[in-house]
Design a binder for this molecule. Structure first.
Ligand SMILES: Nc1ncnc2c1ncn2[C@@H]1O[C@H](COP(=O)(O)OP(=O)(O)OP(=O)(O)O)[C@@H](O)[C@H]1O
Ligand SMILES: [Mg+2]
Length: 293
């Protein structure tokens, strides 16, 4: 089979891992920088042009779309699908999962728990809106933050309101969330491929930090999860239409709460922590879905 990994950087661990897994399974594989693809939208002959050449004979794509290129990445995936190419990630699931507010709305409307979240367009209403939270502490989050940057723990409603006002002044979109203290600075990452859980790990924040991002110095270890946690993670991926997903959950006293569902989850942390060949599982899924070897 002819597989393309859509990635900006062939040297990245995840890209490399997928390329090697495809080669091990005797497929032809190349890395395509989707940001440098041009598209021809046409009902008869939709095309994707890369470095001046029309891409042809590709059977499957594995999109690895960076956070800064979500919209263009989705357009390129849609174009490949229009040309009859199988994709491990659809354009709509990518767009939905990347929208933090929309995905929280969708998941909670399906009965999954998320930390209670508050959003307002008007900074004059922040003060009153805070009354929706029981605890005096609150998490203020940038809608478009990553790697834990833009996730702030406010120790009072007053403090949270001031932080929100400052963000609103600089035109950054923020929302407030209940602080799940009992998570103890840890979150659970569940890696799903094709409706199966392929790896679970716990990321624990370093001493004195509540954010469990590896970029903020957290450590990761294999962690067994409960049935209810497994069901929650699988349901979240299914609701968002993701065949590959990294579901992040907090262990709250009410049960598992979903923090985020990642549509292009990195392979390095989970493969090195669990020693599972997850890229190989992704290639096997493509073979099953396309009936090609
Ligand atoms: N409501 C909360 N209660 C307790 N801890 C939280 C809460 N929200 C976030 N955290 C901690 O902060 C970390 C970072 O938060 P989050 O994952 O929401 O943002 P991010 O990592 O910056 O964004 P993204 O995951 O989209 O890259 C989480 O992994 C978790 O450890
Ligand atoms: Mg995160």
């Amino acid at each position: 089979m002819n597989i393309a990994v859509l990635s900006r950087n062939p040297a990245l661990y995840s890209t490399q891992s997928l390329v090697q897994a495809a080669r091990r399974a005797h497929h032809y594989v190349r890395v395509i920088d989707y940001v440098n693809c041009d598209i021809v939208i046409d009902s008869e002959n939709p095309k994707i042009i890369y470095h001046g050449q029309t891409l042809q004979n590709i059977d499957a794509i594995i999109p690895r779309i960076g956070a800064g290129h979500t919209a263009y990445g989705a357009q390129i995936i849609r174009q490949f699908e229009a040309a009859g190419v199988y994709s491990t990630l659809g354009p709509s699931p990518l767009l939905e999962a990347r929208n933090k507010i929309a995905s929280m709305q969708i998941l909670s409307s399906h009965g999954l728990m998320i930390p209670k979240s508050l959003l307002s367009n008007n900074s004059l209403f922040f003060d009153d809106l805070m009354n929706e939270l029981e605890d005096d502490r609150a998490i203020v989050k940038l809608v478009n933050g990553t790697h834990g940057l833009g996730v702030i723990l406010a120790h009072s409603h007053k403090q949270a309101t001031s932080i929100m006002e400052a963000f609103a002044k600089s035109k950054s979109k923020v929302f407030v969330q209940e602080f799940i203290e009992e998570a103890g600075g840890a979150d659970i990452r569940v890696f799903i491929v094709d409706g199966n859980i392929e790896g679970t790990m716990k990321r624990q924040a370093k001493e004195g930090e509540f954010r469990s991002n590896l970029h903020r110095g957290a450590t990761a270890n294999v962690e067994p999860i409960s049935d209810i946690e497994a069901q929650t993670a699988l349901k979240a991926a299914k609701i968002l239409g993701l065949k590959i997903a990294g579901v992040d959950m907090l262990r709250s006293k009410k049960g598992p709460m979903i923090l985020e569902v990642n549509a292009s989850p990195g392979l390095e942390g989970i493969e090195t922590t669990t020693r599972n060949d997850i890229a190989g599982k992704i290639v096997a899924m493509i073979e099953r879905d396309t009936n090609k070897k």
